[in-house]
Design a protein around this ligand. Structure first.
Ligand code: ADQ
Length: 473
C-alpha cells in the first residue's frame, strides 16, 4: 500500500482525539495505517523569508510544519486565499480585494511549500492537497520533477464560470488544478461548475465518466461529499458535563425550547439573515414569548480581514436590537456567544436543542448540519433547518430546506420545526441519520483514496521514473 502525503494550510495535531473533529481524526488514522507525512504551515510568523520546517515523527508518520514570513502571511493567507479566493468561491464578488501582490505571494508560498516537501517524498507516495490555499502546489511539484500521483480536494464551493472569470487569474488557477490527477469537489454543483469551465474555456475533452484528457494526461474530476465521524459525535453528545446538564434542566423546568446555530463568524454563513428570521418569528408569533430561545455560537476567525469585522458589528447590533425589543426580566430571547466552545460541550448542546439552524448563503458542505443530526436522541429528535445553498442540502433532503435570503420563509420553517409532530420528526431524523452514518468521514476518505490510487498497470513505474522524490529526512 502506498504511503500517503497530506498537504494542508495548517497541520493537525496527530495525537488528536475526537475533540479535534472527525475529519482531522479520519485523516490522521489513514496516515497511521499507511505511514506517510502531513505537511503544512505551523501557524507561526518568522524571519524575512520564513524558515525551515520542523519534523516530528510519530510512529510511521512525520508531521512536518514550517513557519511563514509576515509578508507571506499577509499576501498568501490573509491576501489571496482569504480576501480573493474565499469570497470569489463563495459567490461574493463584492468582497473580493484583488491585488497583484496577493497572487504573487500565493504563488511564492505554494512554491516554497513544494520545495520544502520534495525531500520528504518517496517515488510511490500518493500526495493529497487540501483546499483553496494550495491550488498551485501540484504545478510547482511537477516543475521540480515530481511524478507521484497527486490529488486535490476543494472543501469550499467552486463558482460558475462567469464568476470565476471575474478573477484576473482564472486561467492560471484552472490550469494549475489540471496538474493534479484527481480533482475532488463536495457536490454535483461544484464539479459541474468546474466541468462547465473546462468545456467553455479549455481544450480538455471528456473521454469517459468524469475523466478528462488534458494533453497527454487523464484527469479524474468527481464529487466526494465529506462526512463526519457520526458514531463518535453521537457518543460525545450523550456525555454532557454538569454545566450543560443544568442548563438543559433549567430549560425543561421552564418549558423552553432552544434553537441552536454554531458557525465560525464568517459572512458566508448567513448569520444576520438567520438572526432576522428569529426576530420575524417572534414578531409573527407572540405566543412563543418566553417559550423559545436562540443560542448562536460564533467564534471569531480571520479578524485581520475587514469584511469579518463588519459582520461582527452587524450581528452584535442585530442580537442587541432583538433582545431590546422582546426581552423580559426573566427571558432573553437571543444568547450570542462570540467564543469557541469545545466539541465536548457542543455535542450535548446540539442534543439539547429542538432546532438546528444552519443557513449559510453558500457553503462547501457544512459539517454542523451533519453533527446536529448525529447528536440527536432518535426517540425524540430535533429538526434541522438547512439552507439550500449548503452543499449538505444536495443530500439531506429530509431537513426543512430554506432559502436564507427569504427571511419570512425562514421564519415560517422555524415555526414549522418548533411545532412538528413527534412522528414526523422521527421519520425525517431516521432518514438523515442513516445518510450521515453511511456517508461518514471514513467513507469519504476511502472514496478519495480509491480514486487517487494509480490506475491498474501504472503502479510503481510512474514513481520510479521520477526525477525528484527521494526521502532525505
Ligand atoms: P467550515 O467553514 O469551518 O469548513 P463547517 O463544515 O461547518 O464549516 O465545519 C466547522 C467545524 O468547526 C465543525 O466541526 C464545527 O463543529 C466546528 N465549529 C464551528 N463553530 C464552532 C465553535 N464555536 N466552537 C467549536 N467548534 C466549532 C470548511 C467549509 C465547509 C466544509 C468543511 C469541511 O467551509 O463547507 O463542510 O470545510 O470540508
Amino acid at each position: 500500500m502506498s504511503r500517503l502525503v497530506i498537504v494542508s494550510n495548517r497541520v493537525a495535531d496527530l495525537r488528536a482525539s475526537t475533540q479535534t473533529g472527525g475529519l482531522a481524526v479520519a485523516l490522521a488514522d489513514a496516515l497511521r495505517e499507511r505511514g506517510g507525512v502531513w505537511f503544512g504551515w505551523n501557524g507561526e510568523k518568522e524571519g524575512e523569508t520564513g524558515g525551515d520546517p520542523t519534523v516530528e515523527t510519530i510512529g510511521k508518520v512525520k508531521r512536518v510544519a514550517a513557519p511563514l514570513s509576515p509578508q507571506d502571511v499577509a499576501d498568501y493567507y490573509f491576501g489571496y486565499a482569504n480576501s480573493v479566493l474565499w469570497p470569489l468561491f463563495h459567490y461574493r464578488l463584492d468582497l473580493v480585494d484583488y491585488r497583484p501582490a496577493f497572487f504573487a505571494g500565493y504563488s511564492r508560498v505554494n512554491e516554497t511549500f513544494a520545495r520544502q516537501l520534495v525531500p520528504f517524498l518517496k517515488p510511490d507516495d500518493l500526495v493529497w492537497s487540501h483546499d483553496y490555499h494550495l491550488i498551485l502546489l501540484a504545478g510547482h511539484l511537477r516543475r521540480l520533477g515530481c511524478r507521484q500521483r497527486m490529488g486535490f480536494f476543494l472543501h469550499i464551493p467552486f463558482p460558475p464560470p462567469d464568476l470565476l472569470h471575474a478573477s484576473p487569474n482564472h486561467a492560471e488557477l484552472v490550469d494549475a488544478l489540471l496538474d493534479y490527477d484527481v480533482i475532488g469537489f463536495q457536490t454535483h454543483t461544484d464539479a459541474g461548475n468546474f466541468k462547465l469551465y473546462l468545456a467553455e474555456h479549455t481544450p480538455a475533452v471528456e473521454v469517459g465518466k468524469n475523466r478528462f484528457r488534458v494533453g497527454e494526461r487523464t484527469v479524474l474530476i468527481d464529487r466526494f461529499p465529506i462526512g463526519i465521524d457520526a458514531a463518535g459525535f453521537a457518543a460525545l453528545a450523550e456525555d454532557a458535563d454538569e454545566e450543560v446538564k443544568i442548563d438543559l434542566m433549567r430549560r425543561q423546568v421552564l418549558g423552553r425550547r432552544q434553537i441552536i446555530g454554531v458557525d465560525r463568524l464568517d459572512y458566508s454563513k448567513g448569520l444576520p439573515e438567520r438572526m432576522k428570521a428569529f426576530g420575524r418569528l417572534l414578531e409573527r408569533h407572540p405566543e412563543l414569548e418566553k417559550t423559545v430561545t436562540f443560542l448562536q455560537i460564533a467564534p471569531p476567525t480571520r479578524e485581520e480581514v475587514d469584511a469579518y469585522g463588519d459582520i461582527r458589528m452587524e450581528l452584535e447590533a442585530l442580537a442587541g436590537s432583538i433582545n431590546g425589543r422582546f426581552s423580559d426580566f426573566n427571558w432573553t430571547p437571543v444568547r450570542y456567544i462570540h467564543r469557541p466552545v469545545s466539541r465536548g460541550k457542543l455535542a450535548p448542546l446540539f442534543r439539547g436543542s429542538q432546532v438546528g439552524l444552519v443557513t449559510p448563503l453558500r457553503d462547501g458542505m457544512n459539517l454542523v448540519a451533519k453533527e446536529y443530526v448525529a447528536a440527536q436522541d432518535p426517540d425524540n429528535p430535533g429538526v434541522l433547518v438547512l439552507s439550500k445553498f449548503a452543499g449538505a442540502a444536495e443530500e439531506m433532503r429530509q431537513a426543512l430546506i430554506v432559502n436564507p435570503y427569504d427571511i419570512d420563509g425562514m421564519a415560517r420553517q422555524l415555526h414549522r420545526a418548533l411545532t412538528m409532530p413527534l412522528k414526523e420528526r422521527q421519520r425525517r431524523h431516521a432518514a438523515l441519520l442513516d445518510h450521515v452514518t453511511r456517508q461518514n468521514a471514513s467513507a469519504w476518505l476511502a472514496a478519495f483514496l480509491a480514486a487517487l490510487k494509480p490506475p491498474a498497470g501504472q503502479g510503481e513505474a510512474r514513481g520510479a521514473a521520477s526525477k525528484a522524490g527521494h526521502e532525505a529526512a
